[in-house]
Design a protein around this ligand. Sequence first.
Ligand code: GLA
Length: 400
Amino acid sequence: MNKKHFRNRLLLLTLASCVGAGSLVGCSDQQTAEENTEVTATTDKNQMEIKQEPFGKTKEGEETTLYTLTNEQGMQVQITNYGATITSVLTPDREGKMADVVLGFDSLAGYQSPEYIKSGPYFGAIVGRYGNRIAKGKFTIDGQEYKLATNNGENHLHGGVKGYDKVVWEAEPVSGENAIRFKYVSPDGEEGYPGTLTSTVTYTLTNDNEIKIDYEATTDKATPVNLTNHSYFNLAAGEEKDALGHVLTLNADKYTVVDEALIPTGEQRNVKGTVMDFTTPQAIGARVKQVEGGGYDHNYVLSESGDGFKKAATVYEPTSGRVMEVLTTEPGIQFYSGNFLDGTITGAGGSKYEKHYGFALETQHFPDSPNQPEFPSTILEPGDTYKSTTVYKFSTRNEQ
Ligand code: GLA
């Protein structure tokens, strides 16, 4: 489907929302009347909820858009086509009060500010082509060495200098679903990677308060692929200054040990009896100061093997009662406790993002897999399709 077709289909949906909710910017009577007949054929209740509005212009002059998905329970997720980034997630606390549980900004300017670029936190973005680090930005496939852009000391992180978080994706609604699909075609050689990689990321908001993210990719040359979403959560939604009181459980007996530059040594170590152990519920802050390097920033090896869909994590925030569960087809999850946040960024709603204000749970293959023969492979071959699914499910609990 070409770009124009993508846009037209989205316009149709927007207009459908105009008819249903009457709450959209830029809906003229004439447009609604014209589109009415066409819309009836494809209209379903879910699709009525997708709304779009301008989000700002990139430095290169490209217009970006903000898409809003809402479900029957009133949960709302906002996503921009800049980096296919989740910018806000409104979920209810145990009293039913809605608040935004992710770190982000209400316009593109926040994602392009000098402070943001300098600290590079990747709030809510899709990171790729390879989420996490590749040692020295080098790897070899079929005897040929490739050199990637290095943007984290001598290493490659989250796709390089201009990764998938910094490009404008095409967007199209998904027929019959409360979902929006983003697409990005990465040219051969971009950031040093081999092959043209076509990726789609589909965000679905279900009526069970789940954000489902489906990733797919195809290539014309063998290339590493490891796509993930880099949302930071704070389920207390600004009522607490940091996220250290959140209680985390990880379905992981092991983690991949890293050196001081956060590159895996190859060892997968048992967490038992250490500060890394979240096999039973533990407050994030209980042992965070004892973790080398200023906090958690580690890939956990999920305990169930195979490609099956499995529970990776549960987070409970006692003051609000909010709960978030993470399920995934991926073999690993990077638990990052927001160690590099330092108060230089002020987000939507005026919150100052200090150290540990939010945490990320990035479902993924293991870091530096292209150089680690013992880790599950991340190489996508031409003719194969990369597929990955992750769900973030929100609910509440009553106990304090
Ligand atoms: C990932 C990395 C961290 C850090 C953040 C962004 O979680 O593992 O080291 O780079 O992204 O700041």
